[in-house]
Design a protein around this ligand. Structure first.
Ligand SMILES: C[S@@+](CC[C@H](N)C(=O)[O-])C[C@H]1O[C@@H](n2cnc3c(N)ncnc32)[C@H](O)[C@@H]1O
Length: 237
């Protein structure tokens, strides 16, 4: 299955590819003081909405990197003034202490997980700068049956406390956290499925999308009981 294609269809009209609402995103964007000379970097930026909002609000410079051409194509149309690159996030080329903000939202897997992602992000943020990490966590211990339906293993995520401890262990101070509520998660999943259902009405033979929707129908059912998602804003003191 081309997961990239299905994911783009599923996220039509959603601000970001995670269950964080547009208003929550703005509370994160509003934090920290940036000047026009400052650099904000988003690694695994997707369609670039977070970075575009930071640059819009602050007038600072931006660099967004994603491995998906489709994502960068959307980002370029959203904010042509920003530098967007199709590349592996690990090849960011940003010098140590060069960025005032570094974000990696829903994309820590690009580095092999949260801890290696933080090890890559923290050095390139200047002292006093900000790291924004978006990561899932277990809201409640997931049962084996649901995990099997999802196709995931328990050790892929931690609980929320362990997530925050992992961020702190990277040598930064957690300053602000926004959590997607269970209702936010349900609403995100509903929108995701509605986009695929709409696509299937127009393209009933698209078996790839039908398979993705069938899978989502099964694991979305109890998703908000077990899965959480947070945007963690941390400062490098
Ligand atoms: C769940 S999406 C999140 C996108 C965006 N940060 C957001 O919140 O809307 C994960 C993104 O990571 C990107 N990605 C995955 N592996 C990557 C890699 N090695 N380097 C750069 N981007 C990668 C995907 O293409 C995708 O756009």
């Amino acid at each position: 299955m081309s997961w990239e294609r299905v994911s783009w269809l599923a996220h039509t009209g959603l601000p970001i590819q995670d269950p964080i609402t547009s208003d929550q995103l703005d509370t994160v964007v509003a934090r920290g003081a940036l000047t026009p000379d400052d650099l904000a970097v988003d690694l695994g930026c997707g369609a670039g909405e977070l970075l575009a909002r930071i640059v819009d609000l602050r007038g600072c410079r931006g660099l967004g990197i994603d491995i998906s051409e489709l994502a960068i194509d959307h980002a370029r149309r959203r904010a042509p003034e920003i530098e967007w690159r199709v590349a592996d996030a690990r090849d960011h080329g940003v010098a140590n202490d060069a960025a005032a903000v570094v974000a990696c939202v829903g994309a820590t897997h690009a580095f092999g997980g949260l801890t290696p992602a933080l090890a890559a992000l923290v050095p390139i943020v200047r002292p006093g700068g900000t790291i924004i990490v978006g990561e899932g966590y277990w809201r409640a211990p997931p049962p084996d049956g649901w995990l099997a339906t999802l196709g995931a293993s328990r050790d892929e995520l931690t609980d929320r406390d362990a997530l925050l401890a992992e961020v702190t262990a990277a040598g930064v101070r957690v300053d602000h956290v926004v959590d997607a509520s269970p209702a936010d998660l349900d609403s995100y999943n509903r929108a995701w499925r509605a986009n695929l259902e709409e696509h299937l009405r127009a393209h009933p033979d698209d078996d790839e999308v039908r398979a993705a929707l069938d899978h989502a129908d099964a694991w979305h059912r109890e998703c908000s009981r077990y899965l959480g998602f947070a945007l963690v804003v941390a400062v490098k003191d």
